[in-house]
Write a protein that binds this ligand. Structure first.
Ligand code: MG
Length: 375
């Protein structure tokens, strides 16, 4: 029997600034130089360590400062002293203790599941219903404002066996998007191409632009307009013959219910950082599948701990059929936080088989990139 009676005795937090190797432009904003994340470590009286990661983006979900404060000030009192077997109640308490801050809640649940898995000798995926698929097709995003650099990345992806890309559109002009699509279709015919606007289109031109892009028959077109313009999403969906995906319009199960009632999408990008945890992400996927929608394993600008959490969630969620985009640890960060590389093999994420998440972070890397107060 796993020792889930042991109490959680400590919580440690790191606010990290992780350097990145390129600039990436999305419809809602850009990332350059570094990404900010928060790493949590829970310790138990039995000597176990459980790890989690909050990966917010200020223009999308929130800030690392808010994640840090949510965990440090409002969630810490709900966790320290509780037993591992209290996970569901701890998560329910955290849901009520602080509004939003979904990334902090995802980090918390990741660390709790990592601990429970280690105590039981089981991978996190087994605690989430069982491993349905231990290999998940990987998608990499193409988002450099310098398309020449992205073409070099395309060649690297091709050599690595990656066969799915997501072209980020709507951050410059329509002609730039069309030119890139023409080039990618002509020179990389073996790739499955998806398109993501990240809300980048103004409502006045959205329909015309999306129609043009749909003529390239990408596998899906994601979130062309602002998150709250749900009726417009539904109109665009009805107008094109390519599946429309919702991302920023759907965070958790509550948004999924609204999205379904308005018919805003044919599929949904599911992220533990949006849903507020792995269990709630599974709920979103099941709601989508029950209504005939497809589901995709999205992510934020994450490091390896969050990638692992997402991979375990997807591995245990057969409703997510469109692969995942956990590419940052391999292709975007200058240095990841994990003690051994996030496992990607021939274009697929390969789920680790060890207890918990399967790979711990390297504490030296956490200290190296810890953000220091500037005095
Ligand atoms: Mg997206």
């Amino acid at each position: 029997m796993p020792d889930w009676d042991q109490a959680i005795t400590g919580m440690d937090l790191w606010h990290l600034a992780l350097p990145v190797n390129a600039r990436r432009d999305h419809g809602i904003g850009s990332v350059e130089h570094a990404v900010d994340i928060v790493v949590i470590r829970l310790t138990t009286e039995g000597g176990l360590e459980g790890w989690g990661e909050a990966s917010p983006w200020v223009v999308f979900t929130g800030s690392a400062e808010a994640s840090y404060a949510a965990l440090d000030r409002y969630i810490r009192p709900l966790v320290v002293g509780r037993k591992l077997s209290d996970r569901a109640r701890i998560m329910a308490d955290a849901q009520h203790a602080v509004a939003h801050c979904t990334e902090a809640k995802a980090a918390l649940e990741t660390a709790l599941l990592d601990l429970m898995g280690k105590a039981a000798g089981l991978p996190v995926s087994e605690l989430l219903g069982g491993t349905y698929s231990a290999r998940i097709p990987l998608s990499c995003s193409i988002a450099d404002p310098d398309f020449g650099r992205d073409l070099a990345l395309m060649d690297r992806l091709r050599a690595d066996g990656v066969r799915i890309i997501k072209l980020k559109t709507g951050f410059k002009d329509h002609a730039f998007d069309i030119t890139r699509l023409e080039k990618l279709r002509a020179d990389y015919p073996e790739f499955d191409i998806r398109v993501d606007y990240n809300q980048g289109l103004h409502q006045d031109i959205a329909l015309a632009c999306v129609r043009d892009v749909a003529s390239f028959q990408p596998s899906f077109i994601e979130q062309p307009v602002k998150a709250h313009l749900r009726e417009l999403m539904a109109r665009i969906r009805a107008d094109i013959d390519v599946p429309l995906l919702a991302d920023e319009s759907i965070f958790g199960p509550e948004d999924m219910a609204l999205g379904l009632s308005l018919g805003i999408a044919d599929g949904v990008s599911i992220k533990i950082m949006k849903s507020g945890g792995l269990s709630r992400a599974q709920s979103v996927a099941r709601m989508a599948a029950a209504s005939g929608l497809s589901a995709y394993g999205g992510d934020m600008f994450e490091a390896g701990i969050a990638h692992l959490a997402g991979a375990h969630m997807i591995a245990a969620t057969p409703e997510i059929t469109l692969g995942c985009e956990f590419y940052q640890a391999s292709y975007f960060l200058v240095e990841d936080v994990l003690a051994s590389p996030f496992p990607v093999e021939n274009g697929e994420v390969v789920l680790p088989t060890g207890p918990g998440l399967g790979i711990d972070p390297n504490p030296d890397v956490l200290e190296k990139y810890r953000r220091r107060a500037e005095g």
